[in-house]
Design a protein around this ligand. Structure first.
Ligand SMILES: [Zn+2]
Length: 420
């Protein structure tokens, strides 16, 4: 960090201590963390953070989704809540920062508000969402989809690798899966949700700045395409009469690459990350190719436009090469914009802190803020992460950068909670 930030109000040393202590739970190697949702380590982590929340003067509860919530009462206890949070569950070979900085940074911000004797107008809640990562039951954002009424049929019956269902894991953790509805937040009861998270990308490091603010979270469209041609001897079938499914796939791969780059500065990304060739033999013309498409954008209209272009291109390419094709839609998630009002507060507060550059970026990865956007305003702060690495023990952000992000979070919450 090259910028000089004016004095911090938050307690960087305490925040660092909390980060260090939490990273001991589920620790492997020097810097790895394995804290799978609803596991024994997860429960230990929740207990520890709950204790810190209580020391900070918050009222705590663990809900039936496995979320931990710490509440600071406001002048008007019935006003819609200002919520801050993230998650403390991890991938099996995760690191120390993805998730915890948002929960412990949120706690630090609220603890500082309490210590400064600031009483916000509305209640402020710090939340640690259960199972953001989705590794164990192959479906993430569980706690945030849960409190906002967005769980799908049959989710509780999904099993982990050991055959344990989510229902059983919730009971083992101490929650009651038959009481989930009582842990949902009624519509209108959450005003805003703010999440601080590591960037998981290279932008802030390249710009040499500690933090950035997020303008929106991109939504992915996932398709699976199947092209079917005709097999044949690689030595005897003349080029002109071939129906080579892989030649078609190759065209589509480079077509997608061009389609998503039509607008130079747009954050649109398109990826074909999985491809299967049949019969996949050196001397046989590929008969069938199946591949996935991951198309993401922050702007749903542009994404829809590109999807239409892509579908047309697939159809034309299949036709030119004598191929049959099918396109299956696996997932479509609508991108969400962050609240312009909160962004404006963050811009002003970051200037007041002495940050002359505050990059504005979009998030290509999911976060709990995505489902939260269905019911509330959302905003996110990104903290610089080394080499953009995450879901890995090498994940790293400096204590200084996390402190700067937390100070911005604190100032934003004070401004939103008191208007001054
Ligand atoms: Zn995360």
């Amino acid at each position: 960090m090259t910028m000089v930030v004016k004095e911090l109000t938050i307690n960087q040393e305490r925040l660092q201590r909390h980060m260090d202590e939490l990273s001991e739970i589920g620790k492997f190697g020097e810097t790895g963390v394995c804290r799978l949702a609803l596991s024994k380590e997860y429960k230990m982590g929740i207990e520890l953070v709950k204790q810190w929340m209580e020391e900070a003067g918050l009222q705590t509860r663990v809900d039936h989704f496995g979320n931990l919530i710490g509440r600071l009462e406001g002048k008007n206890p019935n006003a819609p809540v200002l919520m801050i949070g993230s998650h403390i569950d991890s991938q099996p070979t995760g690191g120390r920062f993805d998730g915890p900085i948002g929960v412990l940074g949120g706690l630090e911000a609220v603890q500082t508000i309490n210590e400064q004797n600031i009483i916000p107008d509305m209640p402020i809640e710090v939340i640690s969402f259960c199972d953001e990562e989705g590794f164990r039951f192959n479906k993430g954002l569980f706690g945030s989809r849960g409190i906002t009424g967005q769980l799908e049929e049959g989710e509780l019956e999904k099993k982990d690798r050991d055959g344990v269902t989510r229902r059983e894991a919730l009971i083992e953790f101490g929650a009651n899966p038959d009481e989930l509805a009582s842990s949902e937040y009624p519509r209108g009861s959450i005003d805003s949700y703010i999440e601080m998270h590591i960037e998981q990308g290279p932008v802030l490091e390249a710009a040499d700045v500690p933090v950035g603010i997020v303008t929106g979270i991109s939504g992915p469209l996932w398709l699976t395409v199947e092209l079917t041609g005709a097999a044949g001897h690689a030595g005897t079938v003349p080029m002109k009469v071939r129906q080579d499914a892989l030649v078609g796939a190759a065209k589509i791969i480079s077509g997608l690459n061009q389609i998503v780059q039509q607008e130079e500065d747009a954050p649109t990304v398109g990826t074909i990350g999985n491809l299967t060739v049949e019969p996949n033999a050196r001397a046989i013309i590929p008969e069938k190719v199946t591949f996935t498409i991951d198309l993401r954008d922050i702007d749903i209209d542009r994404r829809n436009r590109y999807e239409a272009q892509l579908r047309k291109y697939i159809e034309e390419t299949a036709h030119e090469n004598g191929l049959q094709f099918t396109i299956t839609e696996d997932t479509t998630i609508i991108p969400e914009s962050c609240s312009e009002e909160i962004l404006q507060v963050m811009r002003t507060e970051s200037k007041a802190m002495g940050l002359d550059v505050i990059p504005e970026l979009t998030s290509g990865a999911f976060h709990d803020a995505l489902p939260m956007a269905q019911v509330s305003n959302i905003a996110m702060i990104f903290v610089q992460s080394k080499d953009g690495i995450s879901h890995d023990p090498r994940e790293f952000s400096t204590s200084e950068d996390i402190a700067v992000g937390t100070e911005l979070l604190y100032r934003t919450v004070v401004k939103m909670g008191t208007g001054v």
